[in-house]
Design a protein around this ligand. Sequence first.
Ligand code: ADP
Length: 499
Amino acid sequence: MGRYLMALDQGTTSSRCIIFDRHGAVCAKVQREFGQIFPQDGWVEHDATEIWASQMGVAVEAMQSMGISASDIAGIGITNQRETVVVWEKETGRPICNAIVWQCRRTAAACDRLKAEGLEAMIRERTGLLIDPYFSATKLQWILDHVEGARERAARGELLFGTVDSWLIYRLTGGKVHATDPSNAARTMLFNIHTLSWDEELLRLFRIPSCMLPKVLPSSGVFGYTDPRLFGGSIPIAGVAGDQQAALFGQCCFAAGDAKNTYGTGGFLLMNTGTRPILSEKGLLSTVGWQIGREVNYVTEGSVFVCGAVIQWLRDGLGLLKNAADSERMATKVSDSAGVYLVPAFVGLGAPYWDAYARGGIQGLTRATTKYHIVRAALESMAYQTADVLLTIQKETGVPLSALRVDGGASANNFLLQFQSDILGLPLVRPACVETTAWGAATLAGLAVGLYSGTDELRREWAVDRDFQPHMSAEERDMLLAGWHRAVERTLGWAKDRG
Ligand code: ADP
């Protein structure tokens, strides 16, 4: 068996390939950006052919950089941008239109209609999701309704649908395998997370012919083998998971109550809830983490729309920073934020506020406020928003947390993590391997091909870079959180009040 694992990390702005050894050391890493297509305000598309070409390109380049061949690779793990919809011809493998990306809001009116019809509770109960253009179902429906002849062709079995993982599997296997895993299927709003199958009633509601859907296979298991023409030999595709779930797996959050937060452009907090989904009343998502053999792990997920992006805004919008890393140096020039709160509700607020009309604000300014206080307040806002999500998850799940694992670009910021630990009163752990998403996909594959004996072995491979212990008193924590909540209150409904 090969000594390496290959992760294909197909993201929203770039395709990456990382080749790991069995201990998680990064042996090769290649990344290629691809085009973002904005046909109208609020619409976002990708060229699926370009996604495939860029993903294939980085995989070949990564292998070449190490001078290895297909037989050196024990398995491929795929992790991907979630919810994005690709429809292609069964016969030729050609996409019939651009992929509609998760960010695309073109189906907002369709979603409003579904809500008006009172379908929210039924959809949440079956899929664990809220009705939102974010998820795949209304995007797929849009393609069937708007691309000429698509509906008739789909009904005749000439077209196939897939999220990006399915699209890559199809192309990698030379069109032999049309499959996905439950973590991706669960984001389509067509998948019943309890029965782990496509939901007949939802398929009828969205008028989706079942013959165009991929087969759903366990996240860790052999999906198929790569066409030998691609890498000069066949490699098993043995692990598949959506990006956030892969990161949770890569952080070894295998047990109920384990959680991780990713501080990227946005923030994603996922908690493993064990073998049962916990449906939320507070707008959190219940979704599938992964399936290994017959066992399924469910997760509760909450997201923060603007997390690291607030630092980008300080840099590009206000010119307060030269680079994101400067934020740590500046924030620690002052001993506290002196009562200043920055609420980055640039695009409204998500869980637990769910206010699309909220807009950002800076509260508590005085003549003594400096740019350092503002930078500090911006970093603190990332921690406060994460705390709001985590406390909501804890309330709803009733599962106590012993520590929060962290990753993502902004988790390099020690000030942020210390403040986060203080404000949660909880230890934080930053792993040595920060490529948690790719590592999660790679190890799902590694398990399937027998490179690891089980998740216990993966736990042993996982190493800590640094942990952060809470030092703040409960009184100070409560006072700061109360201030944050007062500041949030003042941003709610702002764009609506404008009249
Ligand atoms: P994504 O994968 O979502 O594009 P990354 O995980 O690469 O994002 O994280 C990038 C984000 O993290 C950017 O928004 C950037 O402003 C922020 N960021 C990066 N480094 C730091 C840092 N040292 N301190 C604070 N924020 C940072």
